[in-house]
Design a protein around this ligand. Sequence first.
Ligand SMILES: [Fe+2]
Ligand SMILES: [Fe+2]
Length: 179
Amino acid sequence: MTPRRPGDPSESEAIHRMIRVDHAGEYGAARIYAGQLAVLRDGAKADLVRHMRDQEQAHLDTFNTMIADRRVRPTALLPLWHLAGFALGAATAALGPRAAMACTVAIEETIDAHYTAQIEELPDSEAPLRGTLEKFRGEELEHRDIALANDAEQAPGYRLLSAAIRTGCRLAIRLSERL
Ligand SMILES: [Fe+2]
Ligand SMILES: [Fe+2]
């Protein structure tokens, strides 16, 4: 871990924050894909989205167990992510399958950077958690690759849509660490 400065959270509080935000993120991811599937139903890309949804559910199950075992307080913002995640998924899918895939690229690239930073930050005493994050990070990158292979970048207004979702995702991360 990077050296601690005065006013920094203790190591255990720092790790609680990591688990809190990761739990929130996986919760939101599961809701995004649920929102997309509610719109796409059995459309052309639905099977791909279901595959990603199932992996997000497995990620969420892992963090649900972890917050219980380690007595981590979940973020107070879960009800917000419940609504906002579903709304983002449904809205992007309503713009079309390519926009749904553009949403996945924006989210998963942001999460890749987030998990990469956490993996670097974790002390050696948290090697098992680091292994979990490395596995999940690999699956998030797989989601990004699926989305890129399915014309995410051909979505109408791709750059604007992508930038807006990345900004929202980074804000959600900052809020979920703290609240
Ligand atoms: Fe995930
Ligand atoms: Fe993901």
